[in-house]
Design a protein around this ligand. Structure first.
Ligand SMILES: *Cc1c(COP(=O)(O)O)cnc(C)c1O
Length: 388
């Protein structure tokens, strides 16, 4: 009997590095310091040097990627009533944390031929008001946003640029002929270590990254531990949002192997792109369409195709019948989510491209250590669907 091919299968990474991960867990258990301590500190330092070799960045770990966004908004000094531009095609975390803090989300449409936020200044200016303070951009599916254009826009209008890199860790973008890791483009950048993310732990985890010399670094360091400068010196009200030592120890092992696991995902993505190129582009759009792969290296967190609306759900059901899971990330764009849509109702909120995307996107299984036969099964099923 055919076994089901899941959207993600993080256990394959565990099985591949089982001895090292088991040892790391055992080391933490026997060493006795379970919150904070050496494992967390080492992980933060190792991740910072992974993100930038010249040691310009600092990483502050926290409990998850959603908290990381809240901490970023707080460190950026955003206040109730401030407006914050964010993608309408997104997961819920950014809007949720913004609304919890009394900020006003302003939804921005997706850029043409992309999954990431609009970046053209001529379009972005339409969303500005005297209350606009920040812009959040997301490396959606692990594909880089247009960071140079976004940076120029934010500089011109005095906005803080926040990079949600929950899906992009390990991806890169070539800027001025230099390759730079995603997660180093925001004034503040956030990450999630949810198990299926590019660098996943075995529970919840998250982190924030900023330049060492930025005004945010010290603030972030204290905000996530009750606003303490040193123990019991409470400088401002903070949060309790910590990465625990067990997760840090596991993440250290997985970070050492990250280039291998991401290489595995890139291999699957390339197989899909090569094999599915024969399908009529009027029926199926590949994720590589519209990106320059010599400049932009996705983490391939998700391999997301676009299928004309009436066919998308049929293809998804067809794959499911063949025991292949394909997911929709995300079925409802944020400006259409009922509990949030009313909040910015005073603003014109037309995000046509995000609406279209939500009806056309479908993510094929793409994960490290996926077997050749599994990739071939997915390819064969998609091709059979379009040629029958
Ligand atoms: C996963 C994710 C988050 C939230 O991360 P958690 O660790 O689950 O809180 C935020 N933003 C994006 C884009 C994500 O994909």
């Amino acid at each position: 009997m055919l076994s089901r091919i899941h959207q993600f299968d993080p256990k394959r990474i565990y099985n591949s590095y089982k001895d090292e991960i088991d040892k790391a867990v055992h080391d933490v258990l026997s060493q006795g310091s379970y919150i904070g301590g050496e494992f967390v500190k080492s992980f933060e330092e190792e991740l910072a040097s992974y993100l930038s070799e010249n040691n310009e960045y600092t990483v502050i770990s926290c409990a998850n990627g959603t908290d990381a966004l809240e901490l970023a908004f707080r460190a950026a000094n955003l206040k109730p009533g401030d407006e914050i531009l964010m993608p309408s095609h997104n997961y819920v975390s950014a809007v949720e944390m913004a609304v919890n803090m009394g900020l006003v989300p302003i939804w921005v449409d997706t850029a043409p031929d992309a999954f990431t936020i609009e970046y053209r200044a001529s379009e972005l200016v339409r969303y500005l008001s005297s209350k606009t303070k920040a812009l959040v951009a997301v490396n959606m599916y692990g594909m880089s946003a247009q960071w140079q254009e976004l940076r120029n826009f934010c500089t011109q209008y005095g906005l803080i640029l926040i990079e949600d890199n929950a899906q992009g860790l390990g991806g890169q973008l070539r800027v001025d002929n230099q390759l730079r890791k995603l997660g180093t483009f925001g004034d503040i950048s956030t990450m999630s270590f949810f198990p299926t993310k590019p660098l996943g732990c075995m529970g919840d985890g998250g982190a924030i990254c900023c330049r060492k010399d930025s005004p945010y670094a010290d603030r972030l360091r204290r905000l996530h531990i009750h606003g303490q400068e040193v123990k019991y010196q409470f400088v401002e009200p903070g949060r309790n949002s910590r990465l625990d030592a067990l997760q840090a120890a596991i993440l250290r092992v997985k970070l050492r192997h990250l280039s291998e696991t991401l290489g595995e995902q890139a291999r699957v993505a390339k197989s899909y792109s090569d094999a599915l190129a024969i399908v009529d582009s009027r029926c199926l759009t590949l994720p590589t369409n519209g990106i320059d792969l010599s400049k932009s290296y996705p983490s391939w967190h998700l391999y997301t195709i676009r299928v004309k609306r009436d066919l998308r759900d049929k293809l998804r059901a067809f794959l499911s019948d063949q025991k292949i899971d394909a997911g929709v990330y995300y079925p409802v764009p944020m400006h259409q989510v009922e509990c949030y849509s009313s909040i910015s109702s005073s603003h014109s909120c037309v995000c046509k491209r995000s609406d279209e995307l939500s009806e056309e996107i479908l993510s094929l299984p793409c994960y490290a250590f996926m077997e050749e036969e599994e990739v071939a099964r997915v390819v064969a099923a998609v091709i059979e669907f379009f040629y029958n």
